[in-house]
Design a protein around this ligand. Structure first.
Ligand SMILES: C[S@@+](CC[C@H](N)C(=O)[O-])C[C@H]1O[C@@H](n2cnc3c(N)ncnc32)[C@H](O)[C@@H]1O
Length: 452
């Protein structure tokens, strides 16, 4: 049997010899994927992570969002068989090439599919993982798939990117002209992540999510997976001024993926405790489960005490345009203003959303942030800033500081964006705010637009 260093050498050689784009692959996408693949040329590192996760004795592995396949190949190194699910064919082609190059083609299988839609045999994997992926997917169906595919006691590892790394890019871009390209993109990702947390599924400019650690744990629990540790095998660990850049979580299947749902269905729905539990599940990004439970339990719940919750769950599940949602929202009977706002915002009806915001009181905890985001879409930068500032006065939350910075940045006001960012840093519980290097460099907004 070849040694680890021999396999690693073959693996590295397979990159260096070049990987031709298959006939069905777009050459530009292939080049991009190859550039990304260079990051993972160190096979031994992937093997170390698999061992660290405790997966070296597992027989059947599942990788959700397998990229260029290095996690699957590392799993196969220990003698198991790994299945990688990856939506981009150019990544799958590289993974298959590398598997052949190191002689692991019969120990791996790569499937080009979206995780949320893939068909997996139930209970047939003893280890699963999804590293740096679930922010880009619908986490609820993805985790449900993993849970159903795992055998009893099987484990699922999730590596997840959160605020800290994005803040780091924003700070670099604001104060260092060489790194300015990503500021707008990272601000959009953060605001969209917060909007999604507030209940909006369809966000403008992308759908990257930013779930909280506790939400993800609860989401796993809803499908029979209990958190058993934080293994720390993330690519980019660490914190930015005290804010985590990533987190990771190892969970174990302790019951069937439908068990929690069955328990909810067996509850007495006239008892307010069920609604409270469904509210918690909605906040943890389980809107489909909430919709299912409410729709299954009883029509009366859908029309009565559960109606507002059902309406918000439909929006967060991405179903705001479904016949059911249109019936719930357009039936004329009263829903809270905030629910109507989320519906309008999700459907891209920003002027309509603004009308509803005006009816929310200044003290409403969601108003300032949501109204600010809506005004950004209407390109009303000054009014957006005012709303975000209002939210800051009401509670000083990070999401609204990001909103203020975004409103300045979008208006082309770099000094304002920098000043707002500095003021935001003062709110972080972190000792060394200090002066920034590069604060006097030339204007990154101008450089960004000159670069197109
Ligand atoms: C940042 S890469 C991480 C790849 C790999 N897990 C790793 O750690 O190197 C994210 C990958 O997830 C894939 N991906 C994102 N959303 C997906 C989805 N819904 N279904 C399947 N693949 C997805 C992307 O195409 C990309 O290859």
């Amino acid at each position: 049997m070849p040694s680890l260093s021999e396999i690693s050498r073959k693996y590295r050689d397979s990159f260096e010899a070049g990987i031709a784009a298959g006939a069905a692959i777009d050459p530009a996408r292939h080049r991009q994927a190859l550039a990304y693949a260079q990051r993972y040329a160190d096979f031994e590192e992937s093997v170390r992570r698999m061992r660290w996760l405790g997966y070296s004795g597992s027989r059947r592995g599942l990788d959700l969002g397998s990229g260029i396949g290095h996690w699957c190949l590392a799993f196969a190194y220990f003698g198991g068989h790994a299945t990688g699910i990856e939506m981009r064919p150019e990544f799958v082609a590289i993974a298959e090439h590398c598997a052949r190059a190191i002689g692991y083609a019969d120990r791996t299988r790569f499937v080009t599919a979206r995780i949320e839609a893939v068909d997996l045999p139930a209970g047939s994997f003893d280890a699963a993982w999804s590293h740096s992926v679930l922010m880009y997917a619908d986490a609820e169906p993805a985790i449900e798939k993993a849970a159903a595919a795992l055998a009893e006691n099987g484990r699922f590892y999730i590596g997840y990117t959160t605020e800290g790394g994005r803040l780091d890019s924003i700070e670099s871009g604001l104060f260092d002209v060489e790194a300015c390209d990503k500021v707008g993109q990272q601000l959009t990702i953060m605001l969209n992540g917060y909007l999604h947390r507030a209940g909006v599924y369809h966000t403008v400019g992308g759908r990257v999510r930013m779930l909280r650690f506790d939400d993800l744990k609860r989401l796993c629990g809803a499908f029979g997976l209990r958190s058993v540790g934080e293994p720390g095998v993330q690519d980019l660990p660490g914190r930015y001024r005290g804010v985590p850049a990533t987190f990771d979580l190892l969970a174990q299947k302790i019951e069937g993926s439908d068990a929690a749902r069955d328990r909810l269905l067996a509850c007495d729905w006239t008892n307010g405790a069920l609604i409270d539990e469904l509210e918690r599940l909605l906040a943890a990004d389980c809107p489909r489960l909430v919709c299912d439970v409410i729709a299954t339990i009883d029509r009366d719940l859908k029309e009565g005490s559960g109606r507002d919750l059902y309406a918000r769950a439909l929006v967060r599940a991405g179903r705001a345009r479904s016949a059911d949602a249109v019936r719930v929202f357009e039936s004329g009977s009263a829903l809270p203003e905030l629910t109507k706002v989320l519906y309008a915002q999700d459907r891209g009806q920003f002027s309509e959303a603004r009308r509803h915001y005006r009816r929310l009181g200044d003290g409403d905890p969601q108003r300032g942030f949501l109204a600010g985001c809506c005004l950004l879409q209407l390109r009303e930068w000054t009014a957006a800033r005012r709303e975000f500032r209002l939210a800051i006065e009401n509670g000083g939350e990070m999401r609204s500081w990001i909103g203020v910075v975004a409103a300045h940045w979008s208006a082309g006001d770099l000094d304002g964006a920098r000043a707002a960012y500095r003021a935001f840093l003062q709110t972080l519980d972190w000792p060394a705010a200090g002066e920034f290097e590069g604060a006097n460099r030339s204007n990154p907004i101008a450089v960004a637009s000159a670069r197109g």
